[in-house]
Design a protein around this ligand. Structure first.
Ligand SMILES: Cc1ncc(COP(=O)(O)O)c(C=O)c1O
Length: 392
């Protein structure tokens, strides 16, 4: 099967890990030889409830028994999407009451950017250096990493960049700016948190200039940082919130969320301002609904912060320069790229799944399922420390 994988399935790197998957359950992925691999990555923060959580599987099965796809987005009243968007609104500030469900994080970013331009009548977009927002043309245009996008230029015009956490750069936000798009916690850049009152200052400047604030919570959303949404740590509210990844416990999904008034502008001039065949798909909405119920009705979010402390107490080693991030979105920072590559590849041999970050080559990602047990955390951390002890 591996040969066919390399021949028939398009690849994005010359050396994919190419683990052959048989099945997955809880915090473990099982290969075709029957080995269990402890998952400290969770499908890059997507499997927030672990693999094949019984409540999610049941929700999907119940929905597939009823109907799977009946109409393009927005025409018919489909209970899973309505129930989901209503429940989501109940967990969000008042201005984030209306949700547009789409198929992926990058499409949600596209929708948010279109909405910002349509609502403000302005075209300039401001994003941050080293930000990652997805891989379609619009999202790539606001991604702040030239090396990964120069081959695809020309991208969309009128995008400017600021330095995340730089207060002086906020002057670049002006009355020409439609929106400022930031990750609440920068992911690909190395799990960088906003410092002090940075996000409050951004919010303030946006208010003064009449620019919208869009927060990309595709990675930190749905409990990963110890709050349902990471912006709750920083005492601000965005005008548009973008989510995805963990939202449906491992099914493809995304959403952008704004006020009813703002969203209504997608209905006219032009009408059908954003359309999608599969957005709001009932099976995925059912999985999203079951996920949101489980995340909010259990103690998972509270435990996330306790689990972060456990990771931090166990991952102490002279080679680890810093453990960065929040909750179960953690990055181990090293002095040399070689240590990162060694750790990820040797851990894979020991059946512990770790991964790289997109733009920070000196970091190792740790983003396990929120359901990971203390025992599993201890097993994996011990393996990491043993591997670092063996590093020469
Ligand atoms: C912060 C952030 N924004 C956007 C995306 C793009 O989401 P997707 O891969 O679902 O298109 C990602 C995915 O890694 C992300 O982490």
């Amino acid at each position: 099967m591996k040969d066919d994988f390399f021949k028939y399935q398009a690849q994005t790197t010359p050396h994919p890990l190419a683990l052959e998957i048989a099945h997955a359950k809880g915090s473990y992925i099982y290969d075709t030889e029957g080995n269990a691999h402890l998952d400290f990555v969770a499908g890059v923060s997507a499997c927030c409830l672990g693999h094949c959580h019984p409540k999610i599987v049941q929700a999907i099965k119940s929905q597939t028994d009823k109907y799977m796809h009946v109409m393009v987005y927005g025409e018919y009243v489909q209970e899973p999407a309505v129930a989901y968007t209503k429940l989501l609104a109940s967990h969000l500030p008042k201005n984030l009451e209306t949700t547009y469900l789409v198929n992926s994080g990058t499409e949600a970013i596209e929708g948010a950017l279109k909405l910002a331009r349509r609502y403000t009548g302005r075209s300039e977009l401001i994003a941050a250096n080293n930000a990652y927002h997805g891989n379609t043309m619009g999202s790539l245009s606001v991604t702040g990493y030239e090396a990964r996008k120069s081959a695809f230029r020309p991208l969309i015009p009128n995008v400017r960049f600021i330095q995340f956490n730089s207060l002086s750069d906020l002057e670049k936000i002006t009355k020409k700016t439609a929106a400022v798009l930031l990750e609440t916690i920068q992911g690909g850049a190395g799990f960088i948190l906003p410092k002090n009152d940075y996000l409050k200052e951004v919010r303030q400047r946006c208010n003064e200039m009449g620019a919208l604030l869009i927060l990309d919570e595709i990675q930190p959303g749905f409990g990963r940082t110890g709050k349902l949404f990471a912006f709750e740590h920083f005492d601000i509210t965005p005008d548009i919130l973008v989510v995805g990844k963990g939202m449906a416990s491992g099914l493809p999904v995304g959403a952008f969320i704004a006020s009813h008034k703002m969203m209504a502008t997608l209905q006219e001039h032009p009408k059908l301002g954003h359309i999608t065949t599969f957005g709001g798909n009932p099976v995925i909405a059912a999985a999203s609904l079951a996920t949101l119920k489980e995340v909010t009705e259990s103690q998972l979010i509270t435990y996330t912060l306790e689990k972060e402390q456990l990771f931090r107490s166990l991952l102490v080693h002279p080679l680890i320069k810093e453990v960065r991030g929040k909750g179960l979105m953690l990055a181990l920072l090293f002095e040399k790229i070689e240590i990162v590559n060694y750790l990820v590849l040797e851990a894979a041999k020991k059946r512990l799944i770790l991964f790289w970050l997109l733009f920070e080559p000196k970091a190792v990602r740790i983003s396990p399922p929120l359901t990971i047990s203390e025992e599993e955390i201890k097993i994996g951390c011990l393996q990491i420390v043993d591997l670092l002890n063996a590093y020469q």
